[in-house]
Design a protein around this ligand. Structure first.
Ligand SMILES: CCCCCCCCCCCC(=O)SCCNC(=O)CCNC(=O)[C@H](O)C(C)(C)COP(=O)(O)OP(=O)(O)OC[C@H]1O[C@@H](n2cnc3c(N)ncnc32)[C@H](O)[C@@H]1OP(=O)(O)O
Ligand SMILES: Cc1cc2nc3c(=O)[nH]c(=O)nc-3n(C[C@H](O)[C@H](O)[C@H](O)COP(=O)(O)OP(=O)(O)OC[C@H]3O[C@@H](n4cnc5c(N)ncnc54)[C@H](O)[C@@H]3O)c2cc1C
Length: 632
């Protein structure tokens, strides 16, 4: 499932990477520890000739609890995508050697989604051949960019380009924030950390106020557009190309989602295998809670989602690489497709894992509420994924916008992109394919149901929009009147993509792996398909892809699937090949000694380092001895 990290032993031999101790760290300690880790991994990479992939896997093994995440995942990729070759030659070596530390400063206090309304300006001054950067009012200040608070010496600032009195829209500018001598903010720069968050507190997400900060004209990252010395704006590629970094990060977020749900399902399943509680037979031995059908119903979806996201990430990485190679050669033909696909799938993946991680946490009972179980921490660390790189609702709407274009092409008899080729089919030609028995136990048949449901959802909202427009609604009212259905259509398409990637990946694997493994993966794929239909049964019924009778058969097969997966559940999470130090959970250790690890973690609790708490001497002693309390 995860390329086994052959260097795990080297990494986890060092106390710095042993994760138990993170609990109880202050924010400053977490922040320092994260920086220390990234730089130490960099040293290990050099000492042991690790590849970049080894470096990336090491970061994943630490659940991205490292420093410079934005520097590595956005600042450097943005230079690669937005800078000219000369600018790359200047900035990339500095960034890759950490001589400059960067962030991607786009979001403002007042705007994150609506990039057209960003208020930061970069005004060209032809007299000095410079841009003057300004955050004109409180709401304009950059707010949220990772590493901006205390670390970044430079930022790629997204600002409205102003030449004369004309606004040329959002463009990227390289701005130095801090001195490379003493790390102090430069003149005109006010910068700091935005404060503690629900999680990811090792990251110094920051704010940035720009008071007439001057930068040379060559600091505008000019791959897609540039300004000449005499103030002419020359666009060399579509403005959308300036959005390219976000597309890459949305792909990375699918991988991040996959990593977190693997952790969660591993903890929940291993703990459920060792936890014995109650019995179904009066006086009988206590059962492994993993044998309760309800426990399986709660946590097998996260197991199936782990594999589904793994296969979808692999498929989307290939799709992205093809598109990116063309875009970097100036051919933007696949830009709309990759944007539409990754907007939707980033949203769907992060929605899916945040829901299923909470189910994993609940399935651990009281111990799921302990930090030492880590499943709650994993959820907190994952929550931002539904917002970062585009709020999920907005991302679904971007995906829906793409789907509407595709179905319009299909209805006009034009070619459509491969991911939406199903829209070429005549919507009336679908027959209800599912009969009892074989049809409910064959993932390929289930795929037909997902296809019909997605096609129906997209066609239906397209028709409703058309109806609203023809009945006199203007474009924005018609759109706002159908946003919920548009989101629903995007989700239907994304769920079809996950199911399609799962089915196709398993059938490809079948050709090379053992029949035993193939049958286990087929079973999991079938379960993923059945469960997806049951949880969205209203939409599947509405699309007429299934009727009530078929739904009954499918629900029965889903419950049968739980029992079929049960014997392989622990092996399926062991197959993630995750080191105990990656999972960090007292409940999810490979040795299964959850209670011992819980007690070890409790003993490490700082409060237990003294028998009598300081509060005793301040408050409890007099109270217990019946003496009057001093005025508090
Ligand atoms: C290892 C783990 C590490 C992972 C590390 C992760 C750590 C966390 C990092 C978090 C970092 C951030 O959050 S960075 C900040 C992220 N911020 C965002 O994602 C902002 C979200 N908002 C937007 O992207 C935009 O405002 C939109 C898409 C919502 C609206 O765009 P717009 O330009 O204003 O208007 P719109 O009409 O919708 O779009 C105009 C045209 O541009 C196209 N378009 C829009 N966006 C894109 C795009 N990205 N790529 C291509 N094309 C695009 C549209 O399809 C449309 O094409 P056509 O139809 O005209 O052909
Ligand atoms: C942990 C974290 C790290 C981040 N790192 C960075 C970073 O490094 N760099 C950076 O630039 N930014 C960063 N961000 C900011 C992030 O990109 C934004 O928060 C995100 O784009 C959402 O924008 P917003 O916060 O303005 O939400 P809003 O857009 O204000 O969303 C608020 C509500 O309005 C709804 N809404 C908004 N627009 C529409 C619409 N058109 N249609 C329907 N509903 C709508 C949303 O669905 C949501 O429910 C980070 C954020 C977090 C939480």
């Amino acid at each position: 499932m995860q390329k086994t990290f052959k260097n795990e032993k080297i990494l986890f031999a060092e106390p710095l990477f042993q994760c138990d101790g993170l609990a109880g760290f202050t924010r400053s300690e977490l922040y320092e520890n994260a920086i220390h880790r990234t730089l130490r991994i960099n040293q290990l990479k050099k000492e042991h000739n690790w590849t970049q992939e080894d470096f990336d896997i090491a970061i994943r093994c630490l659940n991205y609890e490292v420093g410079f995440v934005i520097h590595l995942s956005m600042f450097i990729p943005a230079i690669e995508r937005l800078a000219t070759d000369d600018q790359k030659a200047k900035w990339l070596p500095l960034a890759e050697s950490y001589r400059i530390l960067g962030t991607y400063a786009q979001t403002e206090l007042g705007h994150g989604t609506n990039l057209m309304a960003l208020e930061t300006t970069a005004t060209f001054d032809p007299r000095t051949d410079e841009f003057v950067l300004r955050t004109p009012q409180l709401s304009s200040m950059k707010w949220w960019p990772g590493s901006l608070g205390k670390t970044a010496t430079h930022a790629i600032v997204l600002a409205q380009l102003i030449i004369g009195n004309k606004n040329y829209g959002m463009n990227p500018f390289m701005v130095q924030l801090r001195s490379l001598e003493d790390h102090m903010p430069l003149p005109g720069i006010i910068v700091g950390d935005i404060g503690a968050k629900l999680g990811a507190n090792s990251n110094d997400n920051g704010f940035l106020i720009l008071n007439d900060v001057r930068i040379p004209r060559e600091n505008m990252l000019a791959r897609n557009s540039k300004v000449t010395k005499d103030g002419r704006y020359i666009q060399t590629s579509t403005n959308k190309a300036n959005y390219a970094t976000m597309v890459l990060v949305r792909l990375s977020i699918i991988r991040w989602a996959e990593d977190t749900i693997k952790n969660g399902s591993l903890i929940a399943i291993r703990y459920s295998a060792v936890r014995r509680q109650s019995s179904l037979q009066a006086g009988g031995p206590e059962m492994q809670v993993l044998d309760y059908q309800t426990q399986q119903y709660k946590i097998f979806p996260s197991l199936a989602a782990s594999y589904a996201l793994f296969f979808t990430y692999e498929a989307m990485m290939k799709e992205y690489e093809i598109a990116y190679a063309q875009i970097m050669r100036g051919n933007n033909q696949l830009l709309g497709q990759i944007h539409g696909q990754l907007s939707g799938l980033k949203a769907f993946a992060s929605d899916l894992v945040t829901y299923e991680l909470e189910m994993c946490r609940r399935s651990c009972g009281g111990h799921g509420y302990l930090k030492a179980s880590v499943v709650g921490e994993t959820l907190l660390h994952t929550l931002p994924l539904v917002t970062v790189e585009g709020d999920n609702t907005v991302m679904y709407l971007q995906c829906a916008r793409y789907l509407l274009k595709q179905i319009a092409k299909a209805l006009a008899g034009q070619d459509v992109d491969e991911p939406t080729s199903y829209l070429k089919k005549d919507i009336l030609s679908y027959t209800c394919p599912v009969q009892k028995g074989e049809h409910c136990t064959n993932p390929n048949y289930l795929l037909k149901i997902y296809t019909q449901r997605a096609h129906s959802a997209i066609a239906s909202v397209a028709r409703q929009l058309q109806f609203d427009l023809e009945s006199g609604k203007d474009q924005s009212s018609a759109f706002n009147n159908n946003l919920v259905s548009l989101v629903q259509a995007a989700k239907a398409h994304c769920q079809l993509c996950l199911m399609k990637n799962f089915v196709e990946s398993v059938s490809a694997l079948e050709r090379t792996c053992s029949e035993n493994l193939a049958s286990v993966l087929r079973q999991l794929c079938l379960y993923f398909g059945l469960h997806g239909i049951v949880t969205a049964s209203g939409e599947f019924l509405e699309s007429e892809a299934i009727g009530l009778q078929q739904l009954e058969w499918i629900k029965a097969e889903e419950l049968k699937s739980l029992a079929a997966i049960r014997p392989n559940a622990v092996a399926l999470v062991d197959a993630f090949d995750l080191h105990d130090q990656t999972v960090m959970s007292a409940l999810g250790r490979y040795d299964g000694n959850a209670y011992q690890h819980l007690f070890e973690a409790a003993k490490r609790e700082p409060m237990n380092q003294t028998q009598v708490p300081p509060a005793y001497y301040k408050y409890l002693r007099d109270l217990i001895k019946g003496q009057p309390l001093a005025k508090l």
